[in-house]
Design a binder for this molecule. Structure first.
Ligand code: HEC
Length: 119
């Protein structure tokens, strides 16, 4: 594709994005969806347990130093909220996007939202 064609395609994409209000090109920081099929996958839970033990337990586990972090209450959360906190952090919660892959962040979210979760 030559340069002016590339430019025209980019302009059409940008115009479409503005017209529809939808992000036509996937953004790096866009949240992945959490469909039921993903939330039901046992291998997600298995990886999620591992991530939780390695990364979250130190602050969120029941043996953590009291007051270090709130105990997690999944019944009050949507998976997107958990994923966002893990990815971007919030106040005392560190952002973990550089430490955990998207897959690991997704899996730990699935685990927290699952019936197997306990902290
Ligand atoms: C260094 C300590 C630390 C680590 C490690 C940590 N967290 Fe947190 N987390 C916090 C603190 C502190 C808060 C409370 C932030 C606030 O609301 O002020 C928090 C808040 C949260 C919340 C929101 C809780 C709520 O009810 O509002 C979620 C969800 C969460 N953490 C998940 C995780 C997961 C999953 C991991 C591991 C991948 C993790 N955290 C690792 C300290 C930590």
């Amino acid at each position: 594709m030559n340069r002016s064609k590339t430019l025209r395609v980019a302009l059409v994409v940008a115009a479409l994005a503005m017209a529809t209000g939808l992000p036509v090109l996937a953004q790096d920081n866009a949240l992945p969806p959490f469909p039921k099929e993903l939330l039901d996958q046992p291998e997600q839970v298995t990886l999620g347990v591992d991530v939780f033990q390695r990364t979250c337990k130190f602050c969120h586990g029941k043996t953590a130093y009291p007051g270090k972090a709130p105990s997690l209450k999944p019944s009050r959360y949507q998976p997107e909220f958990v994923y966002d906190r893990v990815t971007n952090g919030f106040r005392g919660m560190p952002p973990l996007k550089d430490m955990l892959s998207e897959k690991e962040r997704q899996a730990v979210t699935v685990y927290i939202m699952s019936k197997d979760f306990s902290n």
